[in-house]
Design a protein around this ligand. Structure first.
Ligand code: AKB
Length: 328
């Protein structure tokens, strides 16, 4: 059983991965870290927690050495919309923290999970079913850091033999911690608004199709990739990952279809595209080809829009029927 350190443990992915890893390896084996202190009811506070900034190379190295860490899940990063507003900070934070993690992993012989994103793709990537191997010419600073991050991970693997793995996460939808500063955040905000019985103004146009994945699938994919034998992985740190290609209009329609199960009022959505986030979304593919992940480590998503919507509304309204859908 590895001893694990998570950076960005209070973020959208970090929150759920902390829980999943503690369930798997034991609470005391998983050190959650972030630059903020968790509230007492946050999952990260359910076990060991340390304030740690990924930019603090010495702090990271000494923590890993003192705690006998063997695996690092590096989730701290600025997402696409914030990165576009603060490009210099995004480059510094996303790249330097990754370098610090890789240097520490090299020095301490740790395995690493460092996520990539569909943001690596750009306008000259095929829009439908973006292939695993294709042009990576993103037109957002976040995408630039993700392409550079993939190449940096390749280099540490080649040069030093660091076992670093990663997935090109699509937009991730979850009910616990909210995403912060991404282009796909609208989807989570939409479920929250519907569950509060409030209207929602969407910052992307109604027909903007992007690849999305429900968080339980994303967590399972992450753990399955880390479990896979290294020799079976053709693209260890850059696997395309697909769940469902969705537009805001499709999510809104499915929410409306299931409102009655949760005694919720009619759900109104207005569309007021934000130029920055719309431009980022327009540069990303509308769907992703994840055949390599399916072949190499048997990836299959379990959730479709209907099942995910049932579970999201159930979790957000604390409705007792859970995600089980009868005759909807
Ligand atoms: C974002 O929207 O920035 C992220 C991502 C697709 O990586 N959710």
């Amino acid at each position: 059983m590895p001893r694990v350190l998570i950076t960005g443990a209070l973020g959208q992915v970090g929150t759920e991965l902390t829980l999943a890893l503690r369930e798997r390896y034991g609470v005391s084996e998983v050190l959650a870290t972030d630059i903020r202190t968790p509230s007492p009811d946050h999952p990260a506070a359910s076990g060991p927690f340390k304030l740690l900034d990924g930019l603090d190379a010495a702090g990271l190295l000494s923590t890993v050495q003192e705690q006998g860490i063997q695996e690092i899940y590096h989730l701290a990063a600025l997402l696409s919309a914030v990165a576009e507003a603060k490009p210099a900070l995004a480059w510094h934070l996303n790249m330097q923290s990754l370098i610090n993690v890789l240097d520490t992993a090299h020095a301490c012989q740790c395995r690493v999970f460092a996520p990539s994103s569909i943001a690596v793709f750009g306008p000259d990537t095929p829009r439908n079913l973006a292939p695993q191997l294709t042009s990576l010419r993103p037109t957002s600073m976040y995408g630039v850091t993700k392409v550079a991050g993939e190449l940096l991970c390749d280099d540490y693997a080649r040069r030093y033999g660091v076992d670093v793995r990663g997935l090109r996460y699509p937009g991730l939808i979850s009910a616990s911690a909210p995403p912060g500063g991404g282009t796909t955040d609208y989807s989570v905000q939409m479920y929250h608004a519907a569950a509060r019985g409030e209207p929602y103004t969407c910052f992307l146009s109604s027909n903007t199709a992007l690849e999305m994945l429900f968080m339980p699938d994303a967590v399972r994919a992450t753990l399955d990739l880390m479990d896979a034998p290294r020799e079976s992985l053709r693209y260890p740190n850059a696997y395309n990952l697909a769940g469902m290609s969705l537009t805001p209009a499709a999510i809104a329609a499915e929410i409306r279809r299931q409102l009655h199960r949760f005694d919720l009022p009619h759900f109104e959505v207005e569309y007021a595209p934000d130029p920055v986030r719309q431009a980022i979304a327009d540069g990303w593919p509308s769907s992703i080809d994840d055949a390599a992940a399916r072949q190499d480590w048997h990836w299959r998503p379990a959730y479709d829009l209907r099942r995910m919507t049932g579970e999201m509304l159930s979790a957000l309204t604390h409705h007792p029927t859970g995600g089980i859908i009868h005759g909807t």
